[in-house]
Design a protein around this ligand. Structure first.
Ligand code: 13P
Ligand code: SF4
Length: 328
């Protein structure tokens, strides 16, 4: 199968932004009605974007929400692979993303041509890909997983050689959960989760001995070793709300704080420390490219539109649908 990554799949962004209405939130809601659009957002979006969304969720919940859309337009506030997944599931609808540069270090670090060669070096191995990858990589996969169902999806391949791509930290954690040490792993990583410092986390835990540590499985092994609870963003939010602990140290992008604060306003939330104290590296630089202004423009102009070549879409759809069926 010859697949190439075509940046032309994303139409160009707005050249003439013009002035913005004074009440941007109201204007966005008005445009949403006019365009018959639904607004889907990931937990890593700015809180004002989350507050405008019809649905906020983790990667799995957003893919599931994309199967229930009845409106003509999906405005996807998340990163490109998430919007692309929505498009794969909704070929007849217009899918727009506020900033087409909202990529992901995992997806961008797994170029389809190199992944094709990697797969070819392991004939007979099944391919399980984390949803944080391009449509082209999905099209080469037998099954897709997200952080909330990766363990269950990996168990589908007992007794078979298995390639896991593109996150080596998630792969290692999944392998531990299912008791395998033979996964064939594409060595990618998330720039946000990889920067949490295990050493500084250990110091922080000494200062807050009663705090519970919640971590996303994209974190490094030494960080996960200190976690009381490891889960997807939805799992982290639920645990933070339900936990008996009044102080929580959280090792994921701090966009999740918004939902926790709304549901459990008395909890003290502390961001797990990064290696570099001077940088806000716990913010996903890609997710945070989406702003209210760009959301307004993308609803006004219905661009940048996310498109997926039909041959790729059809091949990518099968492993996504399989995941959705297994996760129902
Ligand atoms: P979730 O599966 O928790 O949404 O994670 C997505 C992601 O990109 C984490 O960095
Ligand atoms: Fe990708 Fe990491 Fe950003 Fe998630 S937080 S979208 S994995 S770069």
């Amino acid at each position: 199968m010859e697949l190439s990554y075509d940046m032309a799949c994303v139409s160009p962004t707005h050249s003439q932004a013009g002035a913005f209405p004074e009440d941007l939130e109201d204007a966005i809601l008005e445009l949403k009605r006019e365009r018959n659009a639904v607004l889907l957002a990931h937990y890593y979006q700015d809180s004002e974007v989350q507050d405008l969304a019809d649905f906020v969720g983790d990667s799995l919940a957003l893919a599931q929400a994309a199967t229930r859309v009845e409106r003509e337009v999906i405005a996807f506030c998340g990163v490109h692979f998430m919007a692309e997944t929505a498009k794969i599931l909704n070929p007849e609808r217009v899918v727009v993303i506020p900033d087409p540069e909202a990529g992901c270090s995992l997806a961008d670090g797994c170029p389809p041509d190199e992944f094709r060669a990697f797969v070819d070096r392991h004939p007979g191995a099944a391919v399980l890909s984390y949803i944080n990858c391009s449509a082209e990589v999905k099209a080469m996969s037998d099954l897709i997983c997200t952080s909330s169902n990766a363990v269950k999806m990996a168990r589908q391949f007992e007794g078979r050689d298995l390639i896991f791509a593109p996150d080596r930290h998630l792969a290692r954690w999944v392998a531990q959960q299912i008791g395998r040490d033979d996964l064939i792993v594409w060595p990618g990583a998330c720039v946000v989760h990889e920067q949490f410092s295990a050493q500084r986390l250990a110091q922080l835990r000494l200062k807050h001995p009663d705090a519970e540590v919640l971590a996303h499985p994209e974190c490094d092994e030494a960080v996960l070793a200190q976690a009381d609870f490891i889960a997807s963003t939805t799992g982290i939010i639920q645990r933070a709300v339900e936990s008996q602990a009044s102080t929580l140290i959280i090792a994921t992008e701090d966009g999740v704080f918004h939902q926790i604060q709304q549901k459990a306003p008395r909890k003290r939330l502390i961001q797990a420390p990064g290696v570099d104290e001077s940088c806000a590296c716990n913010r996903c630089p890609f997710m945070r490219l989406n702003t209210l202004e760009k959301l307004y423009l993308c609803l006004r102009d219905l661009t940048p539109e996310v498109r997926v070549p039909e041959a790729v879409r059809v091949r990518a759809l099968a492993p996504i649908q399989r995941m959705l069926e297994l996760s129902a």
